[in-house]
Design a protein around this ligand. Structure first.
Ligand code: FDA
Length: 459
């Protein structure tokens, strides 16, 4: 066991922890980043699967994500647009296939009116929410006591409108059933992306990808930190007091003045604390849980759907794969589709054998794109629920009532212990942009508390 001393020890080499470490080092502080896995990046993981470059975790960048865009620019990373030429596909309740352009699905005129009106109402409510302080909204408590599903039922009797609006937040973002999170949590999700309209606009929210993969961000940040990043070093114990901390990981022990827990909230209690974290944190972290979604990648010899005039963008609140896109990798002449199977549907297919699951998922894709979708040359399911150091996808959210009850304490440090991850972000919540944003804020707070008066922040 080697024993070292630093100003700040960072637990977790995801986008958030590495951003904070980079800022701290720029400000002249010494750091050590302890990472449990044998790679950096956490929920960012670009991998070669059977000869295809796949984004196992996060991948898309939207134009409002300025913290992420600034990082990409700083690292010299280039982006490219998601393929979106042509028409989109929507499947109705009976499986009827309809094509459309724009954002509003081809549904009956009455349902369309309900959808448009619901989007307007949600946009108006979201405009009243500060994503960094949703608990300050005058109706925060009431909105946190009603499930999003129930709230939608109070707004419209049109089941198809409810399902579609629910899908944008439940299946596509929080990846929990709409009865399992509150209306306030749903509003935070939308406010963190600027508006509800942004979430329904795939061309906005899923705009660009990074050449070489989004994991380039943590990889390049870690490269610059060099020997200060320790892999295969899960932190098991954290001793803390007003004097400082000792983080004890496999193979290395770091004494420091401050610590940043840059891990998803569900993994905070995996570490033993001496003394225990205060009552508030011990309680609060139990009320946050990970959503769950399977990201399915299917690579074909050619992007055959483009020949049929299809963009690759497809939705249905009635399908196993509720949304799918053309996800062809930059420079690869083959065509890749990515689809998502969320929450209870994901539970359902994980009860089946891998072969049965693959057959059902491809069958669902074929409903959108035709028979050719049944025969990919590469097929892969990102299963973050089985990842010991993540335990779900995409990120964590509060249970009913948790956001109004605990939210204001989520990012507050406890003595020398600071918290940083995308799951705790306001703007950019659940996204890489939020991970980076909170990383900068956490570093700034530590720099201000450690640096001599008048010293400048690094970010
Ligand atoms: P992250 O979880 O990445 O990092 C935490 C690190 O801590 C991990 O490396 C973990 O191994 C480590 N760790 C945990 N416990 C430890 C311990 N005890 N000791 C040491 N290390 C420990 N976002 C986006 O912007 N666009 C997108 O398209 C998507 N899509 C998407 C798809 C999928 C399938 C997933 C899973 C996620 C996304 N996301 C996304 C979300 C995005 O990937 C995510 O919000 C950020 O990468 C999270 O970064 P953090 O640094 O906050 O946590």
């Amino acid at each position: 066991m080697s024993s070292i001393e630093r100003d700040v020890v960072i637990i977790g080499a995801g986008a958030s922890g590495l951003t904070a470490a980079t800022d701290l080092k720029k400000a002249g502080l010494t750091v050590a980043v302890l990472e449990a896995r044998d790679r950096v990046g956490g929920r960012l993981w670009t991998n070669d699967i059977d000869g295809a470059t796949l984004e196992i975790g996060g991948q898309w960048v939207s134009p409002d994500q300025d913290a992420l865009i600034e990082t990409l620019d700083g690292l010299g990373l280039e982006t490219y647009s998601r393929y979106r030429e042509g028409i989109n596909v929507y499947l109705g309740e009976g499986g009827e296939r309809r094509t459309f352009e724009g954002e509003i699905f081809p549904v009956a005129p009455t349902t369309e009116r309900e959808i448009v009106s619901l989007i307007d109402r949600l946009d108006a409510l979201v405009a009243e929410i500060d994503p960094d302080r949703p608990w300050d909204h005058p109706q925060a408590k009431e909105l946190d006591e009603i499930s999003f599903r129930r709230w939608l039922e109070t707004q419209t009797e049109d089941e198809e409108a409810r399902r579609n609006i629910g899908m944008f937040i439940a299946g596509a973002m929080l990846t929990k059933p709409a009865h399992a999170f509150s209306a306030l949590q749903a509003l935070l999700m939308a406010a963190s992306a600027g508006s509800f309209s942004h979430l329904v606009d795939a061309d906005f929210i899923l705009d660009k990808r990074v050449k070489g993969g989004l994991q380039q961000v943590p990889i390049l940040l870690a490269e610059r930190l060099g020997d200060d990043v320790f892999l295969n070093a899960p932190v098991r114990t954290l001793r803390w007091s007003d004097e400082g901390v000792t983080a004890i990981a496999d193979g290395v022990e770091v004494r420091a003045r401050r610590v940043i827990l840059a891990v998803p909230p569900v993994l905070i209690s995996r570490i033993s604390y001496e003394p225990p974290l205060p009552r508030r944190q011990q309680q609060m972290h139990q009320h946050l849980s990970m959503g769950f979604v399977i990201k399915v990648h299917a690579v074909y010899e050619t992007p055959f759907w483009r020949e049929d005039g299809l963009s690759g963008t497809a939705f249905s609140p009635y399908e196993l794969v509720h949304e799918a896109y053309d996800n062809s990798y930059h420079g690869d002449p083959r065509g890749t589709l990515v689809g998502f199977v969320s929450d209870e549907a994901a539970d359902d297919v994980f009860r089946q054998s891998p072969e049965e699951r693959k057959a059902r998922i491809l069958e669902s894709l074929s409903h959108y794109y035709g028979e050719k979708a049944l025969s990919p040359v590469v097929y892969y399911e990102s299963d973050w629920g089985s990842e010991e150091w993540t335990r779900g996808a995409y990120a964590a959210s509060f249970d009913m009532g948790g956001l109004a009850r605990y939210g204001s304490d989520l990012r507050a440090p406890v003595g020398p212990v600071h918290f940083s991850c995308s799951d705790m972000a306001g703007r950019g919540y659940q996204h890489v942009d939020g991970a980076i944003r909170v990383g900068h804020e956490t570093a700034d707070a530590i720099i201000a508390s450690l640096a001599p008066a008048g010293a400048a922040s690094a970010s």
